[in-house]
Design a protein around this ligand. Sequence first.
Ligand code: NCD
Ligand code: ZN
Length: 361
Amino acid sequence: MSMLTLPGLIDPHVHLRDPGQTEKEDFFTGTAAALAGGFTTVLDMPNNKVPVTTAERLEEKIKSAREKVVCDVGFYFGSMGENLAEFAKISSKVMGLKLYLNHTTGDFLINHKPTLLRTFVEFTDKKPILFHAENETFDTVLDILREHPRPIHLCHLSTSYELKRVIEAKKKGLPVTCGVTPHHLFLTKEDETSLGTLGMMKPPLQSLRDLDFLWKHLDVIDVIESDHAPHLLSEKQSDTPFFGVPGLETTLPLLLTAVNDKLFNRAQGKLTIDDIIRLCHTNPARIFHIQVDPETKTEVDLDEEWTVENKNLLTKCKWSPFDGWKMRGRVKKVFLRGKKVFEDGNLLAKPGSGKIVTSQT
Ligand code: NCD
Ligand code: ZN
């Protein structure tokens, strides 16, 4: 046994599906999964069934979350370019603005450059604008940023091309940060053979060269974000599967296993505990202006070996692309503001005991 205490971990990219798609996940099950995965704060995306693009919908969402969450949760606001008048009303309540420049789950898209530009400049907050931007739209964002510098966060980079462009942008001093998902760090498109539709997400799994490039330039990556995107197994196995995979309960175990260097060497021995703290605590706290609490922490056993099994997951969707993977490193206890909320696989917190976090800008 080798116990280690980590500061409260923050996942800045999750889809809790509440309201609207609570058959996939809800505020209670999603935040329970976060604690089971060692995360004490999650930031929830606005692509709900009815997108969160009005102050009223945001208020309703926050009100409902307040009663159900067991870890701390913050929210992003969404826009398709039609709701600029709402920005002033929601500013104090959100962690940032999320814009989708490609088609993904939910009818959430800006595909008109003048609309994008207007939305970009109208969100005058110090909080970041987050982008889902794959392929051509990726360069569009960096082009706009050069003309109108302001903090932006590029979600789920997955290719060497994207990371190269971020390296250049950072060298020029542009205010850009980026995140990478665990599935893009541990799976490649070769894994689609065994995973089938369970390996389908946006952005898709990439080549081993891309994966290697991400690991090689870990120092440029700002955060690890799970992009926890639960869908029912029946939906994933249907003829029209949705994109997205759950990740909250496997992110930290994968990273701990990588520190222990047991993952088919994909991590190339490059990950340290300090990296985990930087990528899952210090950087997300800084980028999203989250006040951290010294008594919020996660205890892990670095030595414990165990196997991911769908049936043991707390996420409502009850499956993982990492089902059957052998891990070394396990979450043992989680504390929220000094109170023990999770221990040895058991949730100890009551619905509503988590806090709604706001950006401390
Ligand atoms: C996400 C979802 O299901 O909400 N899916 C995904 O494949 N990542 C949407 C998204 O973040 O693009
Ligand atoms: Zn997402």
